[in-house]
Design a binder for this molecule. Sequence first.
Ligand SMILES: *Cc1c(COP(=O)(O)O)cnc(C)c1O
Length: 239
Amino acid sequence: MSDITHNLAQVREKISAAAQRCGRASEDVTLLAVSKTKPASAVAEAIAAGQRAFGENYVQEGVEKIRHFQDAGVRDLAWHFIGPLQSNKSRLVAEHFDWCHTVDRPRIASRLSEQRPAHLTPLNVLIQINISDEQSKSGIALSELDALAAHIAALPGVQLRGLMAIPAPETEYDRQFAVARKMAVAFDALKQRYPTVDTLSLGMTDDMDAAIAAGSTMVRIGTAIFGARDYAARPNVNL
Ligand SMILES: *Cc1c(COP(=O)(O)O)cnc(C)c1O
């Protein structure tokens, strides 16, 4: 068994255990394998082990992998863009990805809507919330959520699916859980108003248990599956 196959099995086991502990079904939590900086060969190993949803942070690197697997005839993958999105890269996201987790302003949502090709299903969109209120982080305040959600819900070519956050690192479970609950409360309220909303993208390697207990439906895991990242060796670093 390869390392990636073994790691994936362990991460899936952890997700099931966390879900069971709080009385949730493990199928309610989707595992997003974050493959940023990792070569297509690593993604191929994960695919062979049954993984289908992948997260990428860098537009061009992600597009190269998407094309690689399309050319190889692998059709049932879901590609999620989870990095900060600049306006000049929105077209590539709209044309190639299935999801974008980091929508945090009306303008970028409108661009994705206009740029989504008509022959594709709508781009699934999550609104990024700056839940720890860090000045340097992207994402909107919860007080701005209603307006941005209404804007996105009215656009063609994109579908509002929910919320995403990258909380400030916390080592204590209780504090991780408190922040995650704030997100879950906002998510539940949004779900009441928009029937397309079903996804709360929350939880990484170190806060996955608390995120799942709080109500996350999608955890984003990189290192625990693919090993440590070497940014210097990242493919297409200049693109
Ligand atoms: C890199 C990244 C992850 C995965 O982080 P790991 O610590 O490798 O599990 C999850 N979410 C986002 C937004 C990331 O950029």
